[in-house]
Design a protein around this ligand. Structure first.
Ligand code: PHE
Length: 346
């Protein structure tokens, strides 16, 4: 009897499943009611009492082994079947959804595209900057409130807490890239600088502590305020449509002289007055001016020979006007239902 069991153990061990059919044969031969193992249990009745214990253990071991072999083989066959299923080349393809670009990227890319058509190239600068490039080189007086802790996120501040050109901070505007570029190269410079900026402000529908700007800089011989106006009018018509008008209001920035803020005629009502433009017919979109000679000199450019203009616009602001989004926070939450609505060539 023990010999017979050993024989069967060997056969079970040698079994190799190559098809669903051979597995079924294995089951019939060993595990079915009329199979070899059942027969052994029948014979077991005739085994002498003193052998029963040993033979019982062996039969059970054989039965377990056969069951295990069977389970493994069925599992293997199932895997092969589902694998070949995956590779069924006759199956129709599954449709997948196209993603969309973030509206801020769309508007940024469109701004870059518009300016590249009139010869502006693109550069970027660091988000973690020093005081020199953000403020000092840009002609901010040491006591200027924009250097104040309230507006600026500092990374490393001088120990006496006084403003210091070596302070490390998160840039509060992309104008810092102006000083970086002008230190490195001589005119003519005709470039735009897109990037993220950081200000310590409470988050609301109209303000955020992180936002995006695109800075423009043109320095060469005989650059005039008229060039600035014409460039910005071209940009506004390209961005908001050919009927768009612009208006410049005198303003102040430490790094431009004279300085102005620019409005475009309201993109919603066309200038008649509505609740978006608060009845004025105008929307403010950027700050601009002639580069202050002090800034040119701070960066090693001869202010007797060269003049320049600069402007800086808020990308969120332009996106809000273009897409009529009323709450700035939507740009940062990345709610897929919001993002899906933006499809564009950019
Ligand atoms: N840096 C200014 C701001 O962040 C914008 C600006 C840029 C104004 C260039 C004039 C010239 O508000």
């Amino acid at each position: 009897m023990l010999n017979k069991i050993n024989d069967l153990v060997e056969k079970v061990q040698q079994f190799h499943a190559d098809s669903a059919e051979s597995i079924e044969q294995f089951r019939l031969k060993f595990l079915s009611k009329k199979g070899e193992i059942s027969l052994l249990f029948d014979e077991f009745r005739n085994v002498p009492a003193e052998m029963k214990k040993q033979v019982g253990v062996e039969i059970n071991r054989l039965k377990q082994l056969a069951q295990q072999k069977y389970d493994e083989a069925t599992q293997q066959i199932e895997n092969i079947v589902s694998d070949s299923d995956k590779h069924d080349l006759t199956r129709p393809g599954e449709a997948f959804e196209m993603g969309t670009r973030h509206p801020i990227s769309l508007v940024k890319n469109e701004i870059i595209d518009i300016f590249s058509r009139i010869g502006f190239t693109v550069a970027e600068g660091p988000e973690v900057e020093d005081d020199w490039h953000v403020f000092s080189a840009m002609n901010f007086p040491l006591e200027h409130p924009a250097r104040d802790m309230q507006d600026t996120f500092f990374v490393e501040k001088a120990s006496n807490n006084e403003p210091n050109p070596h302070d490390i901070l998160l840039r509060t505007h992309t104008s810092s890239v102006q000083s970086r570029i002008m230190e490195k190269r001589q005119p003519p410079i005709r470039m735009i600088f897109p990037g993220r900026v950081f200000r310590n402000e409470a988050i609301s529908a109209r303000a955020h502590c992180i936002f995006h700007q695109v800075e423009g800089l043109y320095v060469a011989e005989n650059v005039s305020f008229a060039d600035l106006k014409q460039t910005l009018l071209y940009f506004s018509k390209e961005m908001f449509g050919p009927d768009t008008k612009i208006r410049l209001r005198p303003s102040y920035f430490p790094f431009t002289e004279p300085s102005a803020e620019m409005d475009v005629s309201c993109t919603i009502c066309g200038g008649k007055g509505c609740n978006i433009c608060k009845g004025t017919g105008w929307l403010e979109i950027l700050g601009c001016g002639m580069v202050d000679p002090n800034v040119l000199e701070n960066c090693g450019i001869d202010s007797k020979k060269y003049t320049g203009f600069a402007f800086g616009m808020g990308v969120e602001r332009i996106a809000m006007l273009k897409y009529q989004v009323r709450d700035l926070r939507l740009y940062f939450e990345n709610d897929i239902r919001f993002l899906r609505q933006f499809k564009s060539a950019y």
